[in-house]
Ligand binder design. Structure first.
Ligand SMILES: C[S@@+](CC[C@H](N)C(=O)[O-])C[C@H]1O[C@@H](n2cnc3c(N)ncnc32)[C@H](O)[C@@H]1O
Length: 180
């Protein structure tokens, strides 16, 4: 009787260790990409979407979408179409589960890859919550690829030297909205 219990415990331990290792590798991917996976609070994300005045059928891109919780909310709430991209497959796996189980496959497309490699010309709105360095590194890409009239939402980190059309939140938790 003891033996099978020990085997079961060992199997569980090994599974736990493998999952831990996979999570660790995935976190390294995020950090190497420029920003670890730390989700914005639900309330701030909702304020950000509201401030961007999303219109039905607009196309929104979330660069570094993590588990896509905010993207899925926006697509459902505002009837927009979303594209989420993330370099780290662990949160993206959760994103895929959320999209599939939530019946959002028609509205949300997920891409596993580097932000720098995705073309943004189809976007009406781009949302980012990244570090300062990575946010600034995207300025040229935004200038090159985004169409006139598109909006950029940047949580916490401004686009250095760019003037936001609106800033919401408090001094410690700002969200910047830019217009191209
Ligand atoms: C601070 S989290 C933001 C998560 C989510 N957007 C939110 O607002 O809650 C940053 C995310 O960006 C992803 N990331 C970092 N560098 C990236 C890169 N170069 N390309 C794609 N995703 C990247 C990370 O894996 C992480 O999920």
């Amino acid at each position: 009787m003891e033996h099978p219990v020990l085997v079961a415990i060992l199997i569980l331990l090994v599974i736990g260790l493998v999952l831990e290792a996979l999570w660790f590798i995935s976190t390294l991917q995020s950090i190497a990409g420029g920003a670890p996976f730390i989700p914005l609070s639900r309330q701030r994300a909702r304020e950000a979407w509201a401030a961007a005045s999303l219109q039905p059928n607009e196309i929104i891109y979330e660069l570094g979408c993590g588990d896509a919780r905010h993207l899925i909310y926006a697509c459902r709430q505002y009837l927009v179409t979303g594209v989420g991209i993330d370099i780290s497959w662990w949160p993206l796996l959760w994103a895929w589960l959320r999209v599939s189980l939530g019946g959002m496959k028609k509205r949300v497309r997920l891409v596993w890859g580097n932000i720098h490699r995705i073309n943004l010309s189809g976007a009406d709105v781009v949302y980012v919550y990244l570090g300062q360095k990575l946010t600034d590194a995207l300025r040229d890409k935004f200038r090159r690829e985004l169409k006139a009239g598109s909006r950029i939402i940047s949580a916490q980190f401004p686009l250095t030297d760019w003037r936001p059309v609106q800033t919401i939140g408090d001094v410690h938790h700002p969200i910047y909205i830019y217009l191209i």
